[in-house]
Design a protein around this ligand. Structure first.
Ligand code: SAM
Length: 385
């Protein structure tokens, strides 16, 4: 039954993309392809009913690995909320299984610092249901504060906007560099299969690529990569109602100069299907997640455009250590040695440089507030942006 549903969703996604390619005269920009493959109503990966998380799903995120992640994020939220006279609310973007919301709310409840509202902006109907069920089952006392939104709150609020592993799912443009003429890589159809198809880039893309090439230190002919033009507008819109407070972004990525190094000549696309990572977005269309690393310099630039100050940029390992993950481990284990050993193992996964510790970064923006943030106090990498 499940297999049939999957096959039907894959078929719907392919049909939607075939139509879009035909409507474009045989060519579709990769940005639009990614948009439809992930978000086309009823057919895209996030709009459809695939499992996504956990066993039988496609990927695992930091909150799925350990509650320690959410506990530390909660401590960072508590610092911000206590700097706001009326407390404040939290808006989480793309809440996945609801695990991060659960861990944040549970820890804030222990601290006596629950937000007035915990809003979740989620595009996937299936994930909304899972979030609702998880919060209702595990934290019924608090679930009246949680509400799901289709768009950012209409009324201005004070508090926090946060997102873990959402920016990497924003559609990107893909290009191939030639010094005398950049190409935009789009998607065509050959023998019934999706295939890369190049076109001369327009002047906007050409200029953007020259800027990125200079930042990366120069590229060989044929260098392929991508960038996310919609990130500034998207982050501006979702943070727009925040009158005072912080935006916290967690994701895998790099400052621009490292992202666009000459040796990274095939870009950073990563596709997740049943816990396998590939780099072919034409595999398992509609059934796999398609992501690209985050250019954190672009995100830093977006903070200024959105009228925030860039308050911190660091690695996940330093963020968690700065908030006292070791102390959280002891508190969460509550003298149970087996629980402590399990948590220590999870902490290693979150913090080891070869695992998530350094690939993942945290960035903080502040608006209308000035305060030191413990998660960003141990290592300040803003100079690298
Ligand atoms: C990789 S998952 C991360 C989930 C969760 N934050 C976590 O860390 O486990 C991406 C999440 O973002 C949601 N999402 C993707 N694009 C989005 C968008 N444009 N707006 C809101 N949510 C989005 C997905 O449905 C999913 O819940």
């Amino acid at each position: 039954m499940w297999k049939e549903a999957q096959a039907a969703q894959g078929a719907r996604a392919r049909a939607t993309l075939n139509e879009a390619i035909a409507a474009g005269g045989g060519w579709l920009s990769f940005e639009r392809f990614m948009d439809l493959a992930l978000y086309a109503p009823g057919a895209g990966y996030y709009s459809g009913g695939t499992r996504k998380f956990g066993t039988g799903g496609d990927f695992t995120t930091a909150p799925e690995i350990s509650s320690l992640f959410g506990r530390c994020v909660a401590l960072q939220c508590a610092e911000v909320l206590s700097a706001l006279p009326g407390g404040g609310s939290i808006l989480e973007l793309g809440a996945g299984s609801g695990r991060l919301a659960l861990d944040i709310l549970a820890r804030l409840e222990e601290l006596g610092q629950l937000p007035e509202h915990y809003w979740i902006l989620e595009v996937s109907a299936e994930l909304r249901q899972r979030q609702r069920a998880l919060l209702h089952d595990r934290l019924p006392r608090v679930s009246s504060r949680v509400a799901w939104l289709d768009r950012p709150p209409e009324v201005p609020f004070e508090g926090i906007v946060l997102a873990n592993e959402v920016l990497d799912a924003l559609p990107v443009k893909r290009f191939r560099w030639f010094a005398d003429g950049v190409q935009e890589l789009g998607v065509g159809i050959e023998d019934g299969q999706f295939t890369w198809a190049a076109r001369p880039a327009n002047s906007g893309m050409d200029q953007e690529c020259r800027r990125l090439c200079a930042a990366g230190g120069g590229w060989d002919e044929g260098y392929v990569s991508e960038y996310c033009p919609r990130m500034p507008a998207w982050t501006r819109v979702v943070t727009q109602p925040l009158r005072k407070g912080a935006a916290l972004w967690f994701d895998y990525g790099l400052p621009r100069a490292q992202y666009y190094l000459p040796e990274r000549h095939d870009g950073t696309l990563a596709c997740h299907y049943r816990h396998r990572v590939g780099n072919d977005p034409f595999d398992h269309v509609g059934l796999q997640d398609i992501t690209a690393w985050v250019d954190f310099t672009r995100l830093a630039e977006a903070s200024r455009e959105a009228d925030f100050t860039l308050a911190g940029f660091t690695t996940q390992v330093h963020f968690l250590a700065g908030l006292g993950i070791d102390k959280e481990m002891h508190l969460a284990a509550a003298d149970d040695q087996n629980a402590f050993a399990r948590l220590a193992n999870q902490a290693r996964q979150l913090m080891l440089p070869g695992e998530m510790g350094e690939r993942f970064k945290a960035m903080a923006w502040l608006r209308g507030l000035e305060l030191p943030l413990s998660g960003f106090g141990l290592l300040d990498l803003r100079h690298s942006l």
